[in-house]
Design a protein around this ligand. Structure first.
Ligand code: FAD
Ligand code: SIN
Length: 522
């Protein structure tokens, strides 16, 4: 058993920025940062568009950013939280700059601002079209230099430790004492005992058959917190990004940033019709839920497999400068943007809900905090405004730091049982996991997509129950490994999504049940 002050699970923007701040301000405190893959592998690394924040006080204002966030959130945002996050934004962005993140600047040295759907003005701070990669690089570089942070790559958090593991009971008020962590190199499950545990485990995209998210996005933190008894909310608000490169293959797909529509690209159907003005006066720059649903409807009407993003009228040199990554990826796939439209479809991208936290990042379990995409803060409501996610992660990592800096850091002396792993090995395990992951992703893709129906949601729940029973049986009797744990977590997350979809009786933001209201423009 190891004992430490802060256990941070996740090395994306949320986990890194919390760890960095705490380590820098309190050199005597120990921080363990665990990451189930390579230390830089995260949703953060793939972020393209940037960070939304108010910098151009001639064109923009806090009030405008607040209004845009509330509008996108469709009435479900917590307005006090929106105000807090937006007002804190510039401070957190300046902190990133001070940590060595290089955002694009113009000739006058001022930050260059991009625009994305739902934003009434230009306010997205970016590093070309690979903002996340640059943030991850800079933060990791600094974290590696902090002698009081130990990074554990390829270490998988299996479960949180609460009274349930210690006494076999679940009291009304729970506390977290750390987590059981599987060292993927040795196969041994270690007990990390921590006074405070910070979940920064990111998103859930892999629950769907088609997503912008990398393979790590299996909702582990949300599933762990749920099993431990934490409150989970707003899971029905899965955000589908409108423009994901269509290549006819399922799995993780390349994103074409919304910032491309921000510089004037058009959405067209196969016949060449620019259809977005038929659906919304903001056309291609309407909030993401509206654009994704409009594309979905165009595809359903025509039976076409994809729609198209037309960049032919844009200046190719400016495009190359602003979006080198996207330009190169399209070229590599034989899609010269100067002459060809880019084939796109919407795909699962972001979870607006998650582990409920208060303004200081506290979950409903004592000593357990959450920040970043795994948390539900109230900022996004029913639909996240583009590029508000990196911002939210920074603000909440900071708020948790501010709360914890005044708390005693030493771990308590409670005795924690070691992980029991008596199960057997199974040579057919990989086939079992692959098969059931495929079943899960197919049912979520087909029945819990952009437009849902009560019948399909019930069907999805029945199918999920069958998968759940088989997988739980396997989990209980076989030796623990990452594949089975991730599958189990994705099943938990899918259960939460479908269950919360069935409870919602009004279509809002990213949630649309056709049985509650006819499809617009049908
Ligand atoms: P992540 O960056 O996903 O990090 C999660 C970490 O947790 C990883 O290190 C992972 O290994 C670790 N982890 C997970 N489970 C376990 C476990 N069981 N044990 C140990 N470690 C674990 N948002 C914006 O605001 N602007 C954008 O421009 C933007 N573009 C995007 C583009 C793409 C393609 C994608 C996928 C997302 C984009 N987003 C964007 C969303 C944004 O990137 C994410 O919401 C944000 O980066 C999440 O950060 P995070 O720190 O919460 O989680
Ligand atoms: C994008 O660049 O389109 C992604 C922005 C986001 O998810 O906020």
């Amino acid at each position: 058993m190891v004992t430490l002050d802060y256990l941070v699970i996740g090395s994306g923007i949320a986990g890194l920025s919390f760890a960095l701040k705490m380590a820098h301000n309190f050199p005597e405190r120990t921080i363990f940062l665990v990451s189930k893959a390579d230390e830089d592998e995260s949703n953060t690394k793939y972020a393209q568009g940037g960070v939304a924040s108010v910098f151009d006080l001639d064109q923009d204002s806090y009030q405008k950013h607040i209004a845009d966030t509330l509008m996108a959130g469709d009435g479900l945002c917590d307005s006090a939280i929106v105000e807090m996050v937006v007002m804190d934004g510039p401070k957190r962005v300046r902190e990133l700059l001070s940590w060595g993140v290089r955002f694009d600047t113009g000739k006058n040295g001022q930050l260059t601002l991009g625009r994305e759907g739902g934003h009434s003005v230009h306010r997205i701070i970016h590093h070309k079209d690979s903002t996340g990669l640059e943030i991850e690089r800079a933060l990791l570089e600094r974290v590696r230099r902090q002698s009081n942070i130990t990074i554990f790559q390829h270490h998988f958090a299996i479960d949180l430790i609460t009274e349930h593991q210690i006494h076999g009971t679940k009291p009304t008020v729970l506390s977290c004492f750390g987590a059981y962590i599987l060292d993927q190199n040795t196969g041994i499950v270690e007990t990390f005992r921590a006074r405070n545990t910070i979940l920064a485990t990111g998103g859930i995209g892999m629950v769907y058959g088609h997503t912008t998210n990398p393979a790590i996005a299996t909702g582990d933190g949300i599933a762990m917190a749920y099993r431990a008894g934490a409150r989970i909310q707003d899971m029905e608000f899965v955000q589908f990004h409108p423009t994901v490169l269509y290549d006819g293959k399922p799995g993780q797909s390349f994103l074409i940033s919304e910032a491309v529509r921000g510089v004037g690209a058009y959405l067209r159907n196969k016949r060449g019709h620019r259809f977005m003005p038929d659906y919304d006066s903001r056309a291609e720059l309407a909030p993401r839920d509206i654009v994704s649903r409009s594309i979905d409807q165009e595809l359903k009407k025509s039976g076409d497999p994809c729609a198209f993003l037309d960049c032919k009228h844009l200046d190719p040199e400016a495009f190359k400068t602003h979006f080198p990554n996207i330009y190169d990826e399209c070229r590599a796939r034989n899609i010269p943007i100067e002459t060809d439209w880019i084939p796109i479809v919407p795909a699962a991208h972001y979870l607006c809900g998650g582990i409920v936290v208060d303004s200081q990042g506290r979950t409903t379990i004592n000593n357990l905090f959450a920040c970043g995409e795994c948390s539900r803060t109230g900022l996004h409501g029913a639909n996240r405004l583009a590029s508000n996610s990196l911002l939210e992660a920074l603000v909440y990592a900071h708020n948790i730091f501010e709360y914890l800096e005044h708390q005693e850091a030493l771990p308590g002396s409670i005795a924690i049982p070691q992980w029991e792993d008596t199960g057997s090995q199974d040579a057919r395990e990989n086939t079992f996991i692959k098969h059931n992951t495929g079943r899960l992703q197919a049912l979520m893709q087909d029945y819990v997509g952009i437009v849902r129906s009560t019948d399909h949601l019930n069907k999805a729940m029945d199918l999920l129950d069958m998968i759940y029973t088989e997988v739980e049986e396997h989990y209980r009797t076989k030796k623990v490994n990452v594949g089975i744990c991730e599958l189990r977590n994705m099943i938990n997350v899918a259960h939460l999504i479908i269950g919360q979809c069935l409870k919602r009786k009004e279509n809002l933001g990213g949630f649309y049940n056709i049985d509650l209201e006819p499809y617009p423009n049908d």
